[in-house]
Design a protein around this ligand. Structure first.
Ligand SMILES: Cc1cc2nc3c(=O)[nH]c(=O)nc-3n(C[C@H](O)[C@H](O)[C@H](O)COP(=O)(O)OP(=O)(O)OC[C@H]3O[C@@H](n4cnc5c(N)ncnc54)[C@H](O)[C@@H]3O)c2cc1C
Length: 281
């Protein structure tokens, strides 16, 4: 059966009413860059479809030390206007401008690995996801949003309405390693956020993409770094530890074996970037 109704609600309230009416039978699309190819290829055959682009969820605002990004903010807007350099870098490393003009920050949370390049950066920045449904709003740390491959904690009547993060202090690094320089799926994506004071790492956040069922934090590698000097030994140990925390897969881009080999290489490179910036500052 083909699409019977395509709804374009003019407000969040209207969108939530449609979601309450149709539940999981309503396919939600934002930019459509993931959802539409699946429909066009006949993989996904929704009868009811709702586009979010007129719901007014595309605001990006900074206040009280936080940045709030509306779920339907495009990746282009994130690249051009985000006050957080790590997010601008992540957006620049996501797809090409044609896709970035349509694809959204919220949609990136739902993109199957190896996609999710912006989500990896958000994870390293301690982002939280606002979920809004008929019962109101709730906020979930992004680190607890995913439950498995393409599964998450959302209820059937909820939408992602915003992603909020503290403006980072300290230093950040982002590396997406793919088979080409640009416009390529990731072999591995690394986002790191460290706060170094008095020569020691006070806070470490390390996130990986394309090496698990969803973007992953590396709590053991973070623990290796926390309290230590950002020395070559600590970097090597953290990078090796991260390799043990991921759960890579084989696809047309890379084998599971190769991805696991590349994790410590690129984690170490990201951490060295930060160490060099620290040394220069
Ligand atoms: C050629 C090409 C290259 C790409 N390259 C990359 C890349 O390099 N890196 C990368 O990370 N991604 C890449 N992508 C994937 C994709 O474009 C991005 O991840 C984009 O951010 C997805 O956002 P979207 O709004 O288009 O998602 P959509 O296709 O609109 O949505 C995807 C799914 O997410 C759900 N969804 C979306 N928004 C919400 C919401 N607010 N609330 C609830 N559910 C929601 C819907 O159920 C929907 O089915 C690429 C895609 C293409 C086609």
């Amino acid at each position: 059966m083909s699409v019977q109704n395509y709804y374009l609600p003019e407000s969040l309230g209207e969108a939530l009413e449609l979601l309450a009416r149709y539940g999981p039978d309503l396919l939600v699309i934002a930019g459509g860059t993931v959802a539409m190819p699946l429909i066009n290829e006949g993989v996904s055959t929704p009868v009811q479809v709702m586009g979010l682009r007129r719901t007014g969820l595309d605001e990006m605002a900074r206040s009280n030390g936080n940045v709030k990004i509306g779920a339907t903010t495009t990746l282009t807007r994130l690249l051009e206007e985000s006050p957080v350099p790590l997010l601008r870098t992540a957006a620049r490393n996501t797809a090409a401008w044609t896709i970035r003009n349509m694809g959204t920050v919220g949609g990136n949370l739902f993109s199957p690995p190896p996609a999710g390049d912006v989500a990896v950066a958000l994870l390293a920045l301690d982002a939280e996801v606002t979920l809004t449904g008929s019962g109101g709003e709730r906020v979930v740390p992004l680190a607890r949003f995913w439950t498995g491959f393409m599964t998450n904690v959302m209820q059937a009547d909820e939408l992602v309405t915003a992603i909020t993060l503290p403006v980072p202090t300290g230093k950040t690094a982002y590396i997406k390693y793919g088979r080409k320089q640009a416009h390529t799926p990731a072999v591995v994506t690394v986002a790191a956020h460290l706060v170094v004071e008095g020569g020691r790492v006070q806070q470490a956040r390390l996130a990986l993409g394309a090496v698990g069922p969803h973007p992953l934090r590396c709590p053991q590698a973070e623990a290796v770094l926390t309290g230590s000097e950002l020395s070559e030994d600590a970097i090597t140990e953290a990078a090796q530890t991260a390799a043990g925390e991921c759960d890579p897969f084989t696809d047309a881009i890379a084998s599971e074996w190769y991805r696991r080999k590349m994790v410590p290489v690129y984690v170490a490179r990201a951490l060295r970037q930060i160490a060099q910036e620290e040394a220069a500052s």
